[in-house]
Design a protein around this ligand. Sequence first.
Ligand code: AMP
Length: 149
Amino acid sequence: MNNDCLFCAIAAGTIPSVKVYETDAVLAFLDISPVEKGHTLVISKRAHSETILDTPPDIASELLAAAKTVAAGMMAAGFGGVNLVQNNFKDGGQAVPHIHFHVIPRAKDRHGPLVWASGSNPYADDAERNVYAERIRAGIEAAQAPLPS
Ligand code: AMP
C-alpha cells in the first residue's frame, strides 16, 4: 500500500469511511460526493495500483467480483438499476489515482443513461446517508443469503 494515497488510508481505516461491504481483500464505501444517492466505491485492501493498466489480474478480478456483490445487493435492496463506472487517468476523469469501481444505484423512476455530475445528489444529512448505507448493507446480506431449501 502507499502512504501518500487517500484510498490506501481509507482501506487501512486511518481515514474514516461509511462502509457497506468489506472482506480481507476489498472495501466498499459510500462516495463522499454522490452522483446518485447510494453511490459506492470499491477498492482493494491488498495492493495499491493506480489504473486498470497497472492492476494485476487477480486484484482486478477481486474488485469486479466485489462490485458485482454490491450491485446485486443494490438490486436486492429495491433499486431499479445499477451503473458500474471505472475511470482511468486524468483525461479519463480519474481524480483519485488508486483503482476503484464506482457502483451507482439508480432509483426506479430515474430511467436512462447515467449523467455523471459529481456531487449532484448530496445527502440531506448524515441520517439520510446512513439510511442508504444500511439499505445497501441489508441488500448485500439478503443477496448473499442461501436460498431456503
Ligand atoms: P474518480 O474521479 O473516478 O477518481 O472518482 C473518485 C471519487 O472519490 C469521486 O467520486 C469522489 O467523490 C470520491 N471521493 C474522494 N474523496 C473521498 C472520501 N474521502 N470518501 C469517499 N469518497 C471520496
